[in-house]
Design a protein around this ligand. Structure first.
Ligand SMILES: Cc1cc2nc3c(=O)[nH]c(=O)nc-3n(C[C@H](O)[C@H](O)[C@H](O)COP(=O)(O)OP(=O)(O)OC[C@H]3O[C@@H](n4cnc5c(N)ncnc54)[C@H](O)[C@@H]3O)c2cc1C
Ligand code: SF4
Length: 517
């Protein structure tokens, strides 16, 4: 028996988004366990990723590997250009098992359907026993949302969120929400005052030039720009905690108020920018909300409750909800196209070269920082793409590539679901589209734009205006019965026929000349 134990050798795979140093795997040092992390082409090449995303992942993986090595765990790290790196999970795992005589293979549940399926196949193909364990990161299990809504046709975020608040006793007083009110959305949608200067974001000055050089030696196709001597994103747990600390001390008091606000040249505002840290699991959602609640408890006079609730809702509500939808609806979700949209993404989505101020700002900051906040993603770029009838595959590829936090489970549910309504209403109850009036209400983009927000037709009319009505007109059969939209069709039907013709004509012109906008 003792002999058998001595001979047991376990290989444990750590994926690039599984950098959870508090995982029970690392509680004890075991000389019979070897961890492996790999930088591989199957992961760098499934989309055209932002250069900051590729470098950010590699930097975080390397720093995680060094951190667990320093604690005396045994680690194999395959760099992108290593000769022995066979560039895929299956090949590397098979090679390592054969060369190191591993007797067991273990991995943590992947968050991505594609990788999940792949690793299941790998387990079947190898001749040693395998074991998959939880990532110990999320509040919910993969299938928890599916069980929660069993037999229901709609999946209301609000009911799931409230159930999770109760289950995990977050901001509760017995069975009731603290303060008696669940939802503070109504207080959380303010425009930034014109004279208001938002806080400068905390950024890091990580030197990632060595990694960048290594990536440059490969043929990996990337988008966007990078300042490799001053890489702004957190690349380890310490920096992630610093960013969280900065958020709760400097931004939380205005988070809810300005979470939907937009203004030129301010890429961060009062947002937390912790999605990358959380999605690669350098920090957990539990510690994020605990820290926010602690700060609110320490400064009740400075941080109003609506700001805190707005934040907690994003983490324990939206983030867990999207994950549940993903695992409930994949793989079908990835091919849903409710409106049967077929157009290509305008070229300027990749360059930012457009005269539309709002689009220019949102796209350029995405190219420069691999980041845009939620409303920029939803009501600027996503809104335009939906109005323009772009195929959801094209839109998914863009969002999956451009944002540093983009991992399919949270990208596709937000993009195809929330933003594009391509799921026909699983995530949202109506499509998120707007004309210039919403954008002007929430931002300072329109005043200096080439286009005029108040014009619906003519050379300088804001494209959002005519495309908005064109969208409703062409999708009437699919939307007119939606109780949340019916009112818009009443307005459309009451419009003078000549005005309708002019709007549709204008939209048609813009769609035909979309690359010139
Ligand atoms: C079209 C589109 C695509 C998106 N793609 C991604 C993506 O690839 N990866 C990603 O993490 N988020 C995505 N989101 C959700 C959201 O925009 C980002 O989580 C957020 O902007 C990240 O920045 P932050 O950390 O500053 O967030 P904050 O605004 O400070 O919010 C705090 C945290 O709440 C969570 N959160 C907020 N909104 C959502 C949401 N709708 N779904 C899930 N979690 C949420 C995030 O973890 C975020 O870090 C997308 C949204 C849209 C509309
Ligand atoms: S006028 Fe139209 S295109 Fe210009 S910033 Fe406003 S909404 Fe955007």
């Amino acid at each position: 028996m003792a002999n058998k134990k001595l001979m047991s050798k376990t290989l444990r795979l750590i994926l690039g988004d599984q950098l959870n140093s508090n995982h029970s795997w690392y509680k004890s040092i075991d000389d019979n366990v070897t961890y492996v992390l790999m930088e591989i082409r199957t992961e760098t090449d499934y989309a055209s990723h932002h250069i900051q995303k590729v470098v950010g992942f590699f930097a975080a993986m390397r720093s995680f590997s060094n951190a667990i090595k320093a604690k005396k765990h045994h680690v194999i790290y395959l760099n992108i250009n290593d000769d022995e790196n066979l560039q895929s999970f299956d090949k590397n795992i098979q090679h390592l098992i054969a060369n190191h005589n591993f007797t067991h293979f273990e991995y943590q549940l992947p968050d991505e359907y594609r990788v999940d399926e792949h690793l299941k196949k790998v387990c079947k193909s190898i001749s040693i026993p395998s074991l998959v364990v939880d990532t110990e990161h999320f509040f919910t299990a993969r299938n928890e949302l599916e069980s929660f809504f069993e037999g229901k046709k709609t999946f209301l975020l609000e009911s799931f969120y409230r159930a999770l608040r109760k289950k995990h006793t977050v901001l509760m007083e017995g069975d009731k929400p603290l303060t008696g009110q669940w939802n503070y959305d109504g207080e959380n949608r303010k425009k930034l005052p014109k004279v208001h200067k938002p806080i400068a974001p905390l950024v890091f000055n990580n030197n990632v030039t060595a990694i960048l050089q290594e990536v440059k030696k490969t043929s990996i196709k990337t988008i966007g720009t990078i300042d490799a001597e001053n890489f702004v994103w957190p690349i380890n747990r310490e920096q992630s905690l610093q960013l969280l600390d900065f958020f709760v001390t400097e931004c939380l008091h205005l988070f809810g108020s300005y979470q939907d606000a937009m203004t030129p040249n301010e890429w961060s505002l009062y947002h937390a920018r912790i999605s990358f840290s959380m999605n690669v699991k350098m920090i957990s959602p539990q510690e994020v909300i605990d820290r926010a609640i602690e700060e609110w408890q320490n400064r009740p006079d400075e941080i109003e409750y609506n700001q805190l609730e707005g934040f907690v809702r994003q983490i324990i509500g939206w983030r867990e909800y999207m994950r549940g939808i993903y695992w409930h609806k994949m793989p079908d979700y990835a091919s849903m196209n409710f409106f049967n949209n077929m157009e290509k993404l305008p070229d300027w989505f990749w360059t930012g070269k457009t005269k539309m101020n709002c689009m220019k700002d949102a796209i350029n900051q995405s190219l420069n920082y691999a980041y845009a906040h939620h409303i920029q993603r939803l009501m600027i770029t996503g809104n335009f793409a939906l109005l323009a009838g772009v195929h959801p595959d094209e839109i998914d590829a863009w969002y999956l590539g451009i944002y540093i936090d983009a991992i399919e489970w949270v990208e596709i549910t937000n993009t195809r679901g929330m933003s594009q309504f391509a799921d026909g209403g699983i995530v949202g109850t109506k499509p998120y589209v707007s004309s210039a009036s919403y954008i002007d209400k929430m931002s300072h983009y329109c005043g200096t734009c080439f286009y005029k927000k108040a014009l619906k037709t003519g050379d300088k009319s804001c494209p959002f205006n005519s495309l908005y009505w064109n969208f409703y007109d062409r999708n009437e059969d699919k939307l007119a019965k939606n109780p949340r939209i019916g009112m818009m069709y009443n307005v459309w039907r009451k419009m003078k026929p000549e005005d309708k013709v002019a709007l549709l004509h204008q939209a048609d012109y813009y769609l035909k000349n979309i690359n010139e906008l």
